[in-house]
Design a protein around this ligand. Structure first.
Ligand code: MG
Ligand code: MG
Length: 251
C-alpha cells in the first residue's frame, strides 16, 4: 500500500532529509586516502545524533553500521570497518539514512578517492545523470513508475553501462522502505501512476560491466558478479504541487 503524505508530513520529511543530506556531505568531505570506512561511519552517526535524529540503518535487520559504505566493485550494503582503509584510485559509495519526527530520509553518493580512472569518473557522472533523468520523468504530468526506470536505464545503457536489477529504489516515509518498489529499469507508460504526496527514494546502481550481483558471506555486502566497478546515487524525493522536491539535497 502506498502512503501518500500531506504537506505537514512532507515538511517533517524535509527535516529528516536535511539531516541525512548534511551527514552524507560531511562524510564526503572526509573521503581521502588513509581514512577508514569506520571513521566515515562515526562522522555520520555523530552528526545525525547531534541533530536529535537516529541513524535509520543502525540495527535495521541487524545492520551494524550507521551508514552503508561500499568500495569499488561493492555495489551496496558494505559494512563500515576499521580494517577498510581508502586508497588512492578507489571509488567509495556512502549511503545514509536519518529518522526524526516520525520520518526517514535516505540518500547516497559515490566519491572518488584522490585521482581515479577516467572510466570511474564517467561511471560516477553517468549514474548521477541517470538519477536526474529519472527525476525529470517523474515530474511529467501523468507520469507512471515505469517512466522513471525507463529513463534511468535508457541513459545508463546508452553510455555502455548496466543497471543493477536485483536491488531497486522504494517508497519512503514513516518506514525506511515502503511501497512502491522503484526499479531503475522498466517500460515507459507502465506501472503505478505517480501522484502528489508520494515520497520515493530514486537510487540508480550502475555497473561498468554486467548487471549481475552477488551477496557476500557477511550477509550484507553486495558486489558486482563480474568484479567491475559500481556506482550509486540516491535522493529521497517528494512529488508535490510545486513539482518534484529533492528532500535530501543540501547544496
Ligand atoms: Mg540509501
Ligand atoms: Mg534507499
Amino acid at each position: 500500500m502506498i502512503f501518500v503524505k500531506n504537506p505537514d508530513q512532507i515538511r517533517l520529511m524535509k527535516e529528516a532529509g536535511r539531516i541525512t543530506g548534511e551527514a552524507l556531505a560531511l562524510a564526503g568531505e572526509m573521503v581521502r586516502e588513509g581514512v577508514t570506512t569506520k571513521q566515515l561511519d562515526d562522522c555520520i552517526r555523530k552528526h545525525i545524533e547531534k541533530c536529535g535524529a537516529k541513524p535509520s540503518f543502525l540495527g535495521y535487520g541487524g545492520f551494524p553500521g550507521s551508514a552503508c559504505i561500499s568500495i569499488n566493485d561493492e555495489v551496496i550494503h558494505g559494512i563500515p570497518s576499521k580494517k577498510r582503509v581508502l586508497k588512492e584510485g578507489d571509488i567509495v559509495k556512502i549511503d545514509v539514512g536519518a529518522f526524526i519526527g516520525g520520518f526517514h530520509g535516505d540518500s547516497a553518493n559515490t566519491f572518488p578517492v584522490g585521482r581515479v580512472s577516467e572510466e570511474a569518473l564517467r561511471l560516477i557522472e553517468v549514474t548521477k545523470e541517470s538519477f536526474y533523468r529519472g527525476v525529470e520523468a517523474a515530474a511529467k504530468e501523468g507520469a507512471r513508475l515505469g517512466d522513471i526506470g525507463a529513463a534511468i536505464d535508457g541513459h545508463v545503457t546508452a553510455n555502455g553501462f548496466s543497471t543493477v536489477k536485483k536491488y531497486v529504489g522504494h517508497g519512503i516515509g514513516h518506514d525506511l522502505h515502503e511501497d512502491p518498489n522503484v526499479p531503475n529499469y522498466g517500460t515507459a507508460g507502465r506501472g503505478v501512476r505517480l501522484c502528489q504526496g508520494m515520497t520515493i527514494a530514486i537510487e540508480p546502481m550502475v555497473n561498468i560491466g554486467g548487471s549481475g550481483v552477488k551477496e557476500l558471506a557477511d550477509g550484507w555486502t553486495v558486489k558486482t558478479a563480474d568484479g567491475t566497478l559500481s556506482a550509486h546515487y540516491e535522493h529521497t524525493v517528494a512529488l508535490t504541487a510545486d513539482g518534484v522536491i529533492l528532500l535530501t539535497k543540501v547544496c
